[in-house]
Design a protein. Structure first.
Length: 129
């Protein structure tokens, strides 16, 4: 039998996936299995973030510090407010969150690249003879 060269039946079979591709597919499926049940909540959070988020803060007059007030602490904080100042702050809408949502809805837009020569001149292509 000669050494080297093509051998019948050698190499990957048609349609076989590389082991790294198989690993990546398994990891994606694991991520889908974990994230999937929470998708509605995640999307709702993205939508809130894209629109802008409001939250309640308390400012202690003695220290001058603002403290974010959680839902469970609101009644207690309001009862004990005394000299505190209570304000509602808003977070600006997030362009990034809106982009993520649109990418999910409409697919990520294709990226176009323009290639030019030096100083924006037309690109010159030459073949060697």
């Amino acid at each position: 039998m000669p050494r080297g060269g093509k051998r019948p039946g050698a190499g990957a079979k048609k349609g076989d996936l590389h082991h790294a591709t198989v690993d990546k597919l398994k990891m994606r499926q694991t991520a889908r299995d974990i994230i999937g049940p929470h998708m509605a909540e995640v999307l709702a959070a993205h939508i809130k973030n894209a629109k802008g988020i409001a939250y309640l803060v308390r400012r202690d007059k003695a220290t001058g510090k603002f403290v974010r007030v959680g839902e469970s602490a609101v009644p207690e904080s309001l009862d004990q407010a005394g000299d505190d100042i209570i304000e509602v702050w808003e977070k600006d809408p997030s362009i990034e969150a809106a982009k993520v949502l649109l990418d999910r809805l409409l697919d990520k837009p294709s990226e176009h690249h323009e290639i030019t020569g030096a100083d924006g001149q037309p690109l010159e292509v030459r073949w060697k003879d």
